[in-house]
Structures are given as structure tokens and as C-alpha cells.
Design a protein around this ligand. Structure first.
Ligand code: HEC
Length: 497
């Protein structure tokens, strides 16, 4: 044994004695989470989840049988109609650009309407309409998205099974008021469930696994994530800000009563993508998000840490955005069951641990500055970096059933002057940020290539060719009509930040 090693050992023994000594002398503050004060912050207009309008069939029912095209039925449908897709296999991309469409897979004795992209098609279901319901499908082998919303409000995505499908499994982008529940999503290269730039969202009773990110609340506000089972992903449940997107904040997120188990899958995200920076073994990650409450979860077996709260310092793949505050403020950690986390953590966590003479398991680690964060019953957990956390003055979130909007959101009406902006926000920002790489190259790089040439850009997005070896192929955006394509090209080229 060399002398340096002996020296370290002595410090650890000394520190261990000191910590044990202090525990013996000071009884921990034990706070009961049963009863007690309830969280009174957050989004105010709360409504019961059961009060979400269950859409009944108001219009016609259009039945799609195997061999028929689902898209043809969508073309026929009027707002209010239900499209019933019978069990069988359908290989197509469905694009719903109408309001009030209910796309319903019929499940018969376990057999589902299955959409199979055959490893060739980009997207299974895209919608831009308001009040769209998509349920009961099985979706597999697409390259881009399973179900992607592009600016539609009042969405309901329920009881779908999405397997080995591309970059995003369920991805409502730029939607207000939405329910994502009872879905089973696995084998996704980025996020199984990705709530992007959306408001008033409820994500409940989903199972997400074998993906890079299980559930991701990104640049979104007022979301409740509850009763989900996020297991065997690289990271289980994440609330964060991606810099360089038009909406700059993530706030008011309640993550409660979820299972967050064994999220140790090696990261297989596209190189350079934001999630490719998530360390395998991350249970819950809060990054640059404010007012996040973590309550009642069972968080177990995540080898890097159970809960990581940080600024953007772990995400080395990110380019900063001067308009996004990188700190995570007001993180509130209530009672959670935490077992066996951080048993094989990363050097970055070990380095912070060393400054506090902490060795062994890591339930909670906070890196970076933070204002107004709090915790109850901190003595239960192995923690690093939460010395600045106060004692929370509430113990539960019982008074907040959801952040959904009573009566729903106003349907989004897109005026022709906003077409370019909404298409940019609703479609392109899923993969392109202004500065820095997401799935695709930055807008700055695209502007340099296509300055003064929106026609050339339109030509590319209609039929993208593979250009960069280290990027995935870009999915064709040829479902957008010609006017929208030109509007988005012009908008992207004129964008200044
Ligand atoms: C699912 C992800 C994704 C979406 C959505 C997406 N892109 Fe891309 N885009 C990419 C990727 C990946 C590349 C790089 C492809 C390559 O180099 O082979 C790319 C490249 C580009 C390029 C560069 C073309 C060139 O000549 O090098 C342009 C322009 C572009 N995208 C425009 C858009 C526009 C406009 C939208 C929205 C309507 C959009 N993209 C939506 C992923 C996406």
C-alpha cells in the first residue's frame, strides 16, 4: 500500500467517525408526509383528471379494414368523426391536419391495429389538428416518430403500444392541454415519451423502458407525471431545458408516485443529441428546470444516482443559450423511497462527493447553484450537494390533482402569417435548435448554406438526401403543403436567435 493511499484512508475513517458522531448527537427532524400542509404553488386553474371531456362519437364512424388506407379515411373524415381501424397491419404514414378527429384502433381478443414502418417509413402518426384522440394502436419499426403532435391543442394519446420506433415514441410538440396515459413504449433512441414546448400536460400510467430517455418534460410548463413505470432506460424521468429553442423554460412539474427502476441501459442516443449526454444509471434528472416537485416515487437500482439536480454542467453536448437560466431553482423533494442508487457512479459525481467526504451510494446529488430548493426527511437518503436546501414547508401535493385546463384549451388557429413560425416550432425544433446540434445541424449552419435560397431549402426538406455521416437521415417533410414549406423555409432563414 503506498503512502498516498494510506493518507486517503485515514481521512475517510476520520470523516466517517465525525459523521457518525454528529448523527448520534442530533436527532433528525422527522416530518410526516401523511396529512400536513399541501403544496399551494404551481399552476392555479386545476381540474380533476376525470373531468377531462371524454369525447363521445358525435359524427360518423368510418371503418378501416386491413388492405384499406387509414390516410384515405382521414381525408374523408369531417371534424367530429371517429375512424375505427380494425386489427391487421398497415404500413403508411398518417397525417391528421383536421380538428376533432378520433383515431381509434380496434383491439379484438388482443389483436391490435398495427402500424408497421418496415424499417423504411419515417413517421407513423402525425397530427396538427386540435382535439385529436389517438388510441389503442400498436406501432413498430418506424424511423422517426411513433405519434407526433405538431401544435395541436387538447390532445389525448392513450393505450398505444410502441415498440422499436425511431427517435421519439410519443411526442406532442407545442400543444396545450393534453393527456398521455396508459401507453407502453420501448426501444426508442431518444425519448419514449417526449413532451416538447407544451403546457398543461398530464402523463400517467405509462410504462417506458429500453429507451434512452423514459419520460422527458422539455421546455414545457405545468405538467404532472404520475403513476408511470420507467425502468431499464438510460435515464428514467427527466425535466429539463434544451437551450436554443423558441420556448426557454421548464417549470411547475410534479413527478410523483412513479416507479423509477434500474435505468442503467447504456446510452444509445444519436451522437451529439442532447440525450446522448445522459449518464446511464440516472433515475430522475432535473436540469435547468424550476419548481419541480419529486414526491412518492420508488427510485431504486439506478447506478449513477437516484435523483440528479443540476445546471447544464453535466450536459457537455449542449450549447448555451443566454436567454435560458441554466440553474434549477426551487427543486422540492418530498418523501420518496430510495434504494441502492449510485452504486457505480460517474467520475463527475465522485468528484462532487469527494468535496463532502461522501463515499458509497448516492440517492440525491445536486450540482450547481440553486435558489429556494427544499427537502423533507433528508436524513433518510445518501445525499451530495444539498446543504443549501431548506426544510420544505409542505409535505405533499394532494391539493393538486392535475394541471389540465378546465373546459380545455382554445383550439389553436394558425393564421397564414404564422404558418412559418408555427411549423418551425411545431416540427423543425424537434430536431433543430438555433445554435448547437440537436438531432440535426443548427439553424445557423442551415442559414449559412441556404442564405437567399428558400427554394433550395424547400427542395431539401421534400426529399432529404443523406449528407452527414455522423447524423441520422432527416425524415422528409413532404406531408406539409407547399405554402407551409415555403413559409417555414423563409422563417428559418430569417431567424435571428
Ligand atoms: C426528426 C428530426 C428532424 C426534423 C423533424 C427536421 N429535421 Fe432537418 N435535419 C435533420 C437531420 C438529422 C439533418 C442532417 C441530415 C444529413 O446531414 O444527412 C437535417 C438537415 C436539415 C437541413 C440541411 C440540409 C443540407 O443541405 O445539409 C435543412 C435545411 C433542414 N434539415 C431543414 C429542416 C426543416 C425546415 C424542418 C422542419 C420543417 C426540419 N429540418 C425538420 C433532422 C430533422
Amino acid at each position: 500500500m503506498n503512502t498516498k493511499f494510506k493518507f486517503v484512508l485515514v481521512i475517510i475513517i476520520f470523516a466517517g467517525g465525525w459523521i457518525m458522531g454528529s448523527n448520534n448527537n442530533v436527532a433528525p427532524v422527522i416530518t410526516s408526509s401523511m396529512g400536513g400542509a399541501s403544496y399551494s404553488g404551481g399552476f392555479q386553474s386545476v381540474v380533476s383528471v376525470s373531468a377531462v371531456p371524454q369525447r363521445t362519437t358525435k359524427g360518423a364512424v368510418i371503418v378501416v379494414n386491413p388492405g384499406d388506407s387509414i390516410q384515405a379515411a382521414v381525408e374523408l373524415a369531417q371534424p367530429g368523426d371517429t375512424i375505427q381501424v380494425m386489427p391487421g397491419t398497415y404500413s403508411e404514414t398518417v397525417y391528421i391536419d383536421k380538428d376533432d378527429i378520433h383515431l381509434l384502433g380496434v383491439i379484438q381478443e388482443g389483436a391490435r391495429a398495427t402500424m408497421d414502418g418496415l424499417g423504411k417509413l419515417n413517421d407513423a402518426i402525425l397530427y396538427s389538428g386540435n382535439n385529436v384522440v389517438i388510441e389503442n394502436f400498436r406501432i413498430t419499426q418506424y424511423k422517426g416518430n411513433g405519434i407526433m403532435g405538431q401544435a395541436g391543442n387538447n390532445l389525448e394519446i392513450r393505450n398505444n403500444v410502441i415498440v422499436d420506433t425511431g427517435i421519439y415514441g410519443i411526442f406532442p410538440q407545442l400543444g396545450t392541454n393534453g393527456l398521455v396515459e396508459h401507453n407502453v413504449v420501448s426501444g426508442i433512441e431518444d425519448a419514449a415519451i417526449y413532451i416538447g414546448m407544451s403546457d398543461n400536460i398530464h402523463v400517467a400510467y405509462n410504462e417506458v423502458f429500453d429507451s434512452v430517455a423514459g419520460i422527458e418534460i422539455e421546455n414545457s410548463r405545468h405538467a404532472v407525471v404520475e403513476h408511470n413505470n420507467a425502468h431499464n432506460n438510460t435515464g428514467g424521468i427527466l425535466a429539463f431545458v434544451t437551450p436554443g429553442l423558441p420556448i426557454k423554460t421548464t417549470e411547475d412539474v410534479i413527478i410523483r408516485n412513479n416507479f423509477v427502476l434500474n435505468n442503467n441501459t447504456p446510452n444509445f442516443g444519436a451522437p451529439g443529441s442532447i440525450v446522448s449526454g445522459i449518464p446511464a444509471g440516472t433515475g430522475i434528472l432535473v436540469m435547468a428546470a424550476d419548481d419541480v416537485i419529486i414526491e412518492g416515487n420508488i427510485i431504486s437500482g439506478n447506478k449513477t444516482a437516484g435523483i440528479i439536480v443540476n445546471d447544464h454542467s453535466f450536459a457537455t453536448t449542449l450549447t448555451m443559450d443566454e436567454e435560458s437560466d441554466p440553474n434549477s431553482d426551487r427543486t422540492m423533494i418530498l418523501d420518496n423511497v430510495m434504494l441502492n442508487n449510485g452504486y457505480d457512479t460517474i467520475p463527475e459525481v465522485k468528484a462532487v462527493a469527494l468535496t463532502e467526504l461522501h463515499t458509497g451510494l448516492v440517492d440525491i446529488v445536486h450540482v450547481g447553484s440553486s435558489n429556494g430548493s427544499c427537502i423533507i426527511n433528508r436524513h433518510r437518503y445518501r445525499t451530495i450537494g444539498i446543504g443549501g436546501y431548506a426544510e420544505c414547508d409542505f409535505t405533499n401535493t394532494d391539493s393538486t390533482e392535475s394541471y389540465l385546463l378546465a373546459g380545455g384549451a382554445e383550439p389553436r388557429v394558425i393564421h397564414s402569417s404564422e404558418r412559418g413560425e408555427i411549423a418551425y416550432m411545431g416540427v423543425c425544433t424537434g430536431c433543430h435548435s438555433y445554435r448547437g446540434r440537436l438531432i440535426g445541424p443548427s439553424v445557423e449552419i442551415i442559414q449559412a448554406m441556404y442564405a437567399g435560397n428558400p427554394e433550395g431549402l424547400v427542395e431539401y426538406i421534400n426529399a432529404p438526401v443523406k449528407k452527414r455521416d455522423n447524423f441520422p437521415p432527416m425524415p422528409a417533410q413532404n406531408y406539409l403543403d407547399a405554402e407551409t414549406q415555403m413559409a417555414v423555409a423563409t422563417y428559418m432563414l430569417a431567424l435571428e436567435k
